[in-house]
Ligand binder design. Structure first.
Ligand SMILES: Cc1ncc(COP(=O)(O)O)c(C=O)c1O
Length: 392
């Protein structure tokens, strides 16, 4: 008998730098707790319990019955979707976009945010990203073989990345800057003058500005978050990402878009053409209908988030946990009242049945804070605050 040599199969080296995705083990723990009879309140993921717009549901139903809508979307997608995006961007931000050259449908904004690194960053290239921050900035960079330069977002600098502090040797090698305001998780907002500094930094260093505007429509008390394209010259350097997940409670539908200069949009489209074949056309039809229903439907949804924000801030403060009402997003970013964020979140889940996001799970710069998502009705949020107070 001959023996056949078997070599070990190994994971790629870049994979070993990957952190565990936040909350990855929570669904299983939640199921176990619920099976034990625990009343779990989940404020972990930014995945609201609210309904999507009826107009989107009706459009999906209608389109799903049409045979031609079952065909491959490719990167072109549904022309009516591109047109609806372009119309909405003009009305909302006064930004003019060619729907066929400056807009790209995405299978949720996350995939576009992660994939764009393949077009612009490789070995030897640096990407500047916020810490804490949405993990696809890091994931996209590492998958593309780039080198992340994480900048802590701290209260002392209003949770902004201070571009003047980026070392020149890093700036010279920077190919992508990721920014996200209104910010997840810190809830910070950025003045237009700061966004102009970011555009200037990217111009001087030959970097693309990936501007993640997923929370542009969840803002309160009269605040209207800007588009990066409201900054002069931004179209030369920036790609802006939008999502239906938060504005329209359509997290599971997986639909968003990228907008930007024709070259950048063509580059992202080219990457994607090797990875996906576009989002299901009826979902694109539904998203176009959601944009059409914006004026009638979105303000009421924002009011629901505002009422939740106010209920949770008041309840936390009454419980002795310091919390500030954010101007935007569907989160609160709260200083941890006792110990480090990860053990605090673990205790919140195991002792009180409340799921929260420990700041450190979104990057070392998030230590000292935890995030609550406003994904439950006011009464449940008050109950969560009462339970969290038991941990202090
Ligand atoms: C900052 C930020 N960007 C983008 C997204 C992605 O949204 P989606 O991929 O569902 O469009 C999220 C979702 O949590 C987010 O928090």
């Amino acid at each position: 008998m001959t023996t056949i040599e078997r070599r070990m199969i190994q994971l790629a080296r870049r994979f070993s730098n990957f952190p565990t995705y936040p909350l990855a083990d929570v669904p299983q723990i939640k199921r176990d707790l619920i099976a034990q009879g625990v009343d779990v309140i989940d404020l972990g993921a930014g995945d609201a319990d609210l309904a999507p717009p009826p107009a989107a549901v009706a459009a999906l139903r209608d389109a799903a019955g049409q045979p031609h809508m079952s065909r491959y979307p490719f990167q072109l997608g549904l022309p009516a979707f591109r047109e609806a995006v372009s119309t909405w961007m003009r009305k909302r931000f006064n930004v003019q976009l060619d729907p066929y050259r400056q807009v790209l449908p995405l299978v949720g904004s996350k995939e576009g945010i992660a994939h764009i690194a393949f077009a612009y960053a490789g070995p030897g290239d640096v990407t500047i990203l916020p810490d804490p921050g949405y993990l696809p900035y890091l994931g996209g960079t590492l998958l593309a073989g780039g080198e992340p330069h994480a900048v802590p977002l701290r209260p002392e600098t209003d949770f902004l990345i201070p571009f003047e502090d980026v070392p020149p040797a890093v700036a010279r090698r920077t190919r992508i800057v990721y920014l996200n305001y209104p910010n997840n998780p810190t809830t910070a907002i950025a003045p237009l003058s700061y966004l102009a500094d970011a555009v200037d930094f990217c111009r001087r260093n030959g970097a693309i500005l990936v501007y993640d505007n997923a929370y542009s429509e969840i803002a309160f008390d009269g605040y209207r978050p800007p588009s990066i394209f409201e900054v002069d010259g931004a179209m030369d350097v920036a790609v802006e990402f939008h999502s239906f997940s938060k504005t329209y409670n359509m997290t599971g539908w997986r639909i968003g878009w990228a907008a930007g200069g024709a070259d950048a949009i063509a580059a992202l489209s080219r990457v994607k053409s090797f990875v996906d074949t576009g989002q299901f056309l009826p979902v694109q039809a539904a998203a176009a209908a959601a944009l059409g229903a914006y004026d009638d439907w979105v303000p009421g949804n924002v009011r629901a988030f505002r009422d939740r924000r106010d209920a949770l801030v008041a309840a936390l403060c009454e419980s002795g946990i310091e919390a500030i009402a954010p101007a935007a997003t569907m989160y609160l970013w709260v200083p941890v009242p006792a110990g480090a964020s990860e053990p605090f979140a673990r205790r919140a889940l195991m002792e009180q049945g409340v799921v929260i996001m420990p700041g450190a799970a979104l990057g070392a710069g998030g230590e000292g804070f935890f995030r609550c998502a406003l994904t439950q009705p006011p009464d449940r949020l008050r109950e969560a605050a009462r339970r969290l107070a038991q941990l202090v």
